[in-house]
Design a protein around this ligand. Structure first.
Ligand code: DX5
Ligand code: ZN
Length: 221
């Protein structure tokens, strides 16, 4: 199943709960939570208290994307705040396996993320351990950037590597995705689509439904 994971980075935080509810009710089954530490990426977004508070108002699946240095330090906190999936960057740690183990030991799903300049082959050693691979199609740190074209080839390669394992690993893509480039992302083999600025705005329900309609068409062939 192809899933939409709207990034709340593009929300109006004054009415965060309301906007998340609207996106969920319109059919988004994941909600993408971009956590930034001002160190691994230049910007700072939000952390555990916001997620914890949001958790009280929705049962949508929380897809937490950690853009933080040495993420192993905070896994317990992000699990406790209500994450269902935690992804972290290969570039942010020397303890990849231990971090995956820690996430899985908490009983939730674990995923690895690679930046645009990181070769896709680097995910290979971990494919037998993870539930998700996330390919960044922009440089992490800010919403509203332009999709980097070379990402499509990386998605294709990642899909091939995943299929070779025979395991059911989700392939997520994040950054600059909108209705005009979604087709090539799906054709390359992604099944979880992050979209921030293309979802949150004036017409959340309409935006979500437009994505889902394209997913349905694609799945029907
Ligand atoms: C970038 C974040 C993305 C971003 C996506 O660092 O990881 O999730 O918010 O936003 P759009 O869809 O606007 O590129
Ligand atoms: Zn993200």
């Amino acid at each position: 199943m192809i899933k939409l994971s709207p990034s709340i980075l593009a929300c109006d935080y004054n009415i965060l709960g309301k906007q998340v509810k609207e996106a969920h009710e319109a059919g988004a089954v994941y909600m993408h939570l971009d956590v930034m530490d001002g160190l691994f990426v230049p910007s700072i977004s939000f952390g555990m208290p916001v997620i914890k508070s949001l958790r009280k108002s929705t049962d949508v699946i929380f897809d937490t994307h950690l853009m933080i240095k040495d993420p192993i330090r905070y896994i317990d906190d992000f699990v406790a705040s209500g994450s269902d999936i935690i992804t972290f960057h290969l570039e942010a740690t020397n303890e990849v396996e231990a971090t995956i183990d820690k996430i899985k030991a908490a009983g939730i799903k674990a995923g690895i993320v690679i930046n645009p300049e990181t070769p896709v082959e680097e995910i290979k050693p971990y494919l037998n351990m993870v539930d998700m691979v996330l390919i960044m199609s922009v440089h992490p740190g800010f919403g509203g950037q332009k999709y980097i074209e070379q990402s499509t080839e990386k998605i294709r390669k990642a899909r091939k590597l995943i299929d070779e394992t025979g395991r059911n690993v989700e392939l997520e893509v994040d950054g600059g995705i909108n209705l005009s480039n979604i087709d090539e992302v799906l054709e390359a083999g992604a099944n979880v689509i992050v979209a921030g600025s293309a979802v949150f705005g004036e017409t959340i329900t309409k935006n979500v439904k437009e994505f889902l309609e394209i997913f349905n068409k694609f799945e029907r062939g």
